[in-house]
Design a protein around this ligand. Structure first.
Ligand code: ATP
Length: 570
């Protein structure tokens, strides 16, 4: 209920439009009632073969209501859909604004297909709340009132019967079908989510699945979800049919009741037989207002669930909150890391535990250590994807939590082992780092990154996740982005991992050249050409166990020396 009220509350800026849509909906059904009443009057009067002039009023009525019904329905659809789409547009922008600060820390728990479903399908399904749930009950209530006034004008007893049938169709039937449908729509939504996650996994991992011969197993899982979903959809269709039949039953009950209470009045001459025919037809037409309640009631559960899924993300507190009055980015880029500790949520092992080191402006520091030592975690903390549990990082004497996170990220260029390339052109992938860059600047960056060949392919599609490029080219493209970003601090996080020795060597040279004069923090477990670092910090299980220059560490004969010898043996 809370979610429903919250969703309804979002319509506040459009309340008048929504009300107008409901009123026009009422006018549409009113025209339908008028049309059937006028038609009944015309047919029954004509059966008595009066002069044509006596039928004139009926003919005009049929024409008027016939035309107005179509025109008003068009206006109603226009207004209600226009309002709904405006609300959805607002919701989408609002949702995106809420999601952005959550990335990546708070979004790590969600699968990408699940997030996609929330952004696309869940928001779309709210269309139902706004177009079908909020206005039909208002329209149905107004129609009930109208029929009370119309019918009670001739017979109070008949009006009471009609009211009872309409309350049955408008309240009892929806309540009953809601009870029967409990969980159905929610489970359909959950299964659709599950299918989407499976389908995305299957498409993205098709090569692996084929290699391991697992395509059939994934297809089977998809099929199982489909079978379950079909069973639920059948149940939903049955409930919908039940709703329609019960509404029809209520309508016929109302007609029988009218005949039962008004035929004696006709016999006694208190009511004209022609009037009775018009009232019966008018009441039948009025039940049109109760049919859309099926859709609203059946889907309300799924819509509320969609709303809950959206609010779950919107209400999540971002890990990093920008300072209200951020300090200007410092001129100096001396980096100081003091006593840094961090544990990932849900993990019982500290990724970093009291790490301290410094990188003077313009110097090169390497962080080395075995896999899982916590090296990449330092990068994540530096660009404020996460906040440390303890300790601090400062740049130019300013702790980074006092800086605007976006400005901080603009000033730190990160080249990691996982370069994400968007399924767009090479040009667009490069412009991400410098949206204003000219073609000449893009070409220069490509040449500097050793990708001269791509100069003429700027408008070529990079492929899904950059699949049209080789691993080495993707890494070089990341370097070209780094060159374009022209940030004073450079973080290289295993930037040459997964490359063959020759490509790695060439890329390292490119990186040295491109990062000349900048403050460089290089994370690696590959101990090649380590003499070029001013300082090497050795990390083991989240702790700094050694630091010094390459020669000093080799002389010390500790962990680093052991790693180095192991890699250079033979
Ligand atoms: P590698 O050289 O393999 O990249 P690393 O030294 O960079 O390793 P980190 O990625 O910093 O290591 O990971 C440090 C520890 O934190 C590891 O035990 C890892 O399993 C854990 N870890 C890393 N990322 C997450 C995460 N998002 N959630 C939970 N634990 C994580």
């Amino acid at each position: 209920m809370k979610t429903f009220l919250r969703l309804a509350g979002l319509t506040r800026p459009f309340a008048w439009w929504m009300l107008l849509a409901a009123l026009i909906g009422f006018a549409t059904i009113g025209s339908g009632i008028g049309l059937l009443m006028a038609s009944a009057w015309l047919i029954t009067t004509a059966a008595l073969m009066p002069a044509l002039s006596a039928l004139q009023i009926g003919i005009t009525g049929v024409r008027f209501f016939g035309i107005s019904r179509g025109v008003i329905r068009y206006a109603e659809r226009l207004i209600s859909h226009n309002t709904t789409f405006r609300i959805l547009t607002r919701l989408r922008v609002w949702f995106y604004d809420a999601v952005e600060p959550l990335a990546p820390a708070r979004l790590a728990a969600y699968k990408s297909a699940d997030l996609l479903k929330r952004i696309v399908d869940d928001i779309q399904s709210l269309e139902n709340i706004y177009a079908r749930v909020l206005s039909p009950p208002v329209t149905a209530a107004l129609v009930t009132l109208l029929m009370w006034f119309v019918v009670s004008h001739w017979s109070t007893s008949a009006a009471e019967g009609v009211l009872a049938s309409q309350l049955f169709a408008g309240l009892a039937v929806p309540l009953l079908t809601t009870r029967l449908a409990a969980g159905t729509a929610r489970n359909i939504t959950a299964l659709q989510g599950e299918q989407q996650v499976l389908a995305v996994d299957m498409v993205q991992g098709m090569s692996e699945l084929r290699v391991f011969g697992m395509v059939g197993d994934y297809a089977e899982k998809l099929h199982e979800a489909e079978v379950k979903k079909l069973a639920l959809q059948k149940r939903a269709a049955f409930i919908e049919g039940l709703h329609e039949s019960l509404t029809g039953l209520a309508m016929n009950g109302a007609v029988i009741w009218i005949l039962f209470s008004m035929v004696p009045l006709v016999k006694s001459g208190a009511v004209n037989a022609i009037t009775l025919a018009s009232v019966v037809f008018g009441v039948m037409a009025s039940f049109e207002a109760f049919l859309p309640l099926t859709g609203s009631v059946q889907n309300i559960e799924a819509d509320v669930r969609a709303g809950e899924r959206l609010f779950e993300i919107i209400d999540a507190k971002p890990e990093v909150v920008p300072p209200e009055r951020p300090e200007a980015f410092p001129k100096s880029t001396d980096i100081q890391v003091r006593n840094l500790a961090f544990t990932y949520p849900g993990s019982n092992r500290a990724a970093l535990d009291g790490v301290s080191f410094s990188v003077p402006q313009g110097a090169r520091t390497a962080i080395v250590g075995p896999s899982g030592a916590g090296k990449s975690t330092i990068t994540s903390l530096m660009v404020r994807f996460w906040n440390p549990a303890q300790g601090e990082i400062s740049i130019g004497g300013q702790t980074i939590d006092k800086l605007d996170p976006e400005e901080l990220r603009r000033n730190i260029a990160v080249v990691s082992q996982r370069t994400y390339l968007f399924g767009q052109t090479i040009r667009e992938n490069l412009l991400l780092a410098a949206p204003e860059a000219t073609d000449e600047q893009l070409r220069n960056a490509l040449v500097m990154a050793g990708l001269g060949d791509l100069q003429s392919r700027l408008d070529d599609w990079a492929g899904q996740h950059g699949m049209n490029l080789s691993g080495g080219e993707r890494q070089r493209l990341a370097v070209a982005r780094m060159i374009l970003q022209d940030a004073p601090v450079i973080v290289l996080d295993e930037a040459t991992a997964n490359l063959d020795a020759l490509t790695e060597q060439a890329l390292l040279e490119t990186l040295d050249h491109a990062s000349h004069g900048k403050t460089v923090l290089s994370i690696t477990h590959n101990l090649h050409r380590m003499e070029r670092y001013d300082e090497i910090v050795v990390l083991y299980e989240g702790k700094v166990i050694e630091h010094g220059s390459h020669d000093e560490l080799l002389k010390a004969g500790g962990f680093y020396a052991g790693m180095w010898r192991l890699q250079h043996a033979g």
